[in-house]
Design a protein around this ligand. Structure first.
Ligand SMILES: NC(=O)c1ccc[n+]([C@@H]2O[C@H](COP(=O)([O-])OP(=O)(O)OC[C@H]3O[C@@H](n4cnc5c(N)ncnc54)[C@H](O)[C@@H]3O)[C@@H](O)[C@H]2O)c1
Ligand SMILES: [Zn+2]
Length: 364
């Protein structure tokens, strides 16, 4: 059960493999895709303990010379001093232009190793092996790589496309429930803003999806990836259409920041953001109230939050939104929805509309 999809970016295409048992085949697949020589595997201790050995074995059997570097687990380590470790390993191991940096892990490892690959020798080959659901449907596709700065997330980054992406469905079995659900939120988003069939599938197959049945996962991950890939292909450098992927994110980011990144996983904040976006769409007269209802229904089906934790100030959230980098002329840029499967970007949503919606959802 392996699917190979082509993703186009910057007039070039790269393959995305999706299926079960891909980790063991990584070496053979990379060979087939024309890669050879040295591979520097970047991982963290959590993912490394589970999956590094099988990846390294497959790579070595396929004739690659493998080195590894391990970065501590967590968003807090997606930073410059950890990046230096990757450069050190690359330099000591004498990586060359056609050598490979392979990111084995969630979005943190993917972003950090990706930025290392983009910058070492002005660019070596990058292979993404995303192991979290969020990384499989979001961060491994689209070519954005970055590390954080203490003044903000992802401030130091670049656009850099991988040579190959390998998404193994089996690894999702060891992901904890909360991480699994944070990835599901992005998949639900893809359905809500662009793929009605995905949305319908998620509504009718929630049991098998939540049980992580491979066929169901293959279906929803492939659809979410195809949707993101299509949007990104049209706007690789994030100048226009790509903004629609931020559905639920302006308010979601504000919630994450306002709570010090300690209360919500990204997908949970985005779920609340999507519920808010639907309610604002209704308030603005863009959508009928069933959109609101249908949005809440699908989020609840996957046990994602649709209300705001007690004690969070609506005004503070709005102030945070104004700081979000997607702000235009002082008005937060909000992605709204007229109906399931469709979106509009609005720069003129008044605070008088946003504030009551946030308060109704639990903000003070
Ligand atoms: N580049 C992009 O376009 C893009 C898009 C979305 C998010 N991101 C970035 O992605 C990051 C979030 O990614 P994430 O949610 O994957 O977080 P993460 O990388 O921190 O992974 C979440 C947790 O799951 C663990 N894990 C990963 N795979 C596992 C597995 N198979 N089994 C058991 N545990 C596993 C990790 O060790 C970690 O503890 C953020 O830094 C965000 O900025 C980037
Ligand atoms: Zn997101």
């Amino acid at each position: 059960m392996v699917r190979r999809m082509e993703i186009t970016a910057d007039a070039e295409a790269y393959p995305l493999y999706l299926g079960s048992g891909l980790l063991a085949q990584a070496g053979a697949i990379l060979r087939e895709e024309g890669l050879a020589g040295k591979v520097l595997v970047v991982t963290n201790p959590t993912v490394g303990a589970l999956y590094l050995a099988v990846v390294v074995k497959g790579l070595e059997e396929a004739g690659f010379a493998v080195q590894t570097v391990t970065i501590p687990d967590g968003e807090a380590y997606k930073r410059l001093d950890q990046l230096t470790k990757v450069y050190d390993a690359a330099a000591v191991g004498c990586l060359e232009r056609d050598s490979v940096v392979l990111a084995l892990g969630g979005g943190v490892i993917g972003d950090l190793a990706g930025f290392a690959a983009a910058t070492y020798l002005r660019g070596v080959r990058l292979v993404q092996v995303p192991t979290s659901l969020l990384a499989q449907v979001d961060s491994s596709i689209g070519g954005k790589v970055a590390v954080n700065h203490r003044e903000g997330k992802n401030l130091i980054g670049s656009f850099y496309q991988p040579s190959v992406v390998l998404s193994d469905l089996e690894v999702l079995g060891t992901l904890n429930e909360r991480e699994f659900k944070t990835g599901l939120a992005e998949i639900i988003k893809a359905g809500l803003i662009g793929d009605c069939d995905l949305d319908a599938f998620l509504r009718t197959h929630s049991t098998v999806v939540r049980e992580r049945q491979p066929e169901a996962l293959l279906e929803i991950i492939a659809r979410a990836c195809a949707f993101k890939a299509q949007v990104v292909t049209e706007d690789v450098r994030e100048r226009g259409r790509r903004a629609i992927l931020n559905y639920g994110h302006t308010i979601g980011h504000a919630l994450e920041a306002e709570t010090g990144y300690a209360v919500y996983r990204h997908g949970e904040a985005v779920a609340i953001g999507m519920a808010a976006a639907a309610a604002i769409s209704v308030e603005m007269g863009l959508a009928t109230p069933d959109l609101n209802q249908a949005t809440i229904e699908i989020l609840q089906l996957y046990d994602l939050p649709t209300t705001i934790e007690e004690g969070i100030s609506a005004e503070q959230l709005v102030a945070r939104m104004a700081w979000d980098k997607k702000v235009k002329d002082g008005h937060p840029r909000l992605v709204l929805s007229p109906k399931i499967g469709d979106v509009v970007v609005k720069d003129d949503v008044p605070m008088e509309v946003i504030l009551p919606v946030l308060r109704r959802m639990g903000a003070v």
